[in-house]
Design a protein around this ligand. Sequence first.
Ligand code: FMN
Length: 202
Amino acid sequence: MTGPVDAATAGEWADALIHGRRTVLPKRLAPPGPDAAQLQRILGAAAAAPDHGELLPWRFVLIPEQARAALADVFAAALRARDDQATDEQLAQARDKAFRGPVLLLAVVRLGAPGDDIPAAERLVSAGCAIQNILLMATALGFGSALTSGKALSSDLLRALFRLAPDEQALCFVSLGTIAGPRRARARPGVERYVSELKAER
Ligand SMILES: Cc1cc2nc3c(=O)[nH]c(=O)nc-3n(C[C@H](O)[C@H](O)[C@H](O)COP(=O)(O)O)c2cc1C
């Protein structure tokens, strides 16, 4: 924003941004990705996430071009470990996922230990808010974005590659890039589907 914006205009901008964000699958994310300054801005948006106790219970790991092959090896090995019948084609597909999207990040949450003051659920909420801030800032700057997961996320091989601490969990990958294909259309749920009112007993 370059100057004061009235609440109605800000509301319209927020509406357009929030409802305009759509998953753009990583195979449809092309170069150029965000430049260094844009990426700092996108990553900086995560810092505005609510964070009970200011634990910073999440982090993001950038996976640059030169590290994609190591991730591809993990995707293929994780697939082979859970399916020894995996075909060469399936293994190649698994590898290919590591090379999609000009910017690829792994979102990691630190869940802590049972009994910690700030429980795992709250840390996960904070991580989700940080991820959403990243998606929204990327959208605001004109980039497409996607979250992807998969069974490899919980594999020991991936944990080892990203040097996850015992109380850390890999949540999802975040891909960013220029929109190079149709975006998925999704009917959003109506408010009545997820909001109810507490009925007072007395
Ligand atoms: C933690 C997380 C992991 C996800 N993993 C995948 C995935 O592996 N593949 C995929 O196509 N979409 C994945 N999604 C994206 C959802 O499918 C997508 O957000 C949903 O379809 C709604 O579409 P929209 O983002 O355009 O509103 C993931 C979303 C979240 C929150």
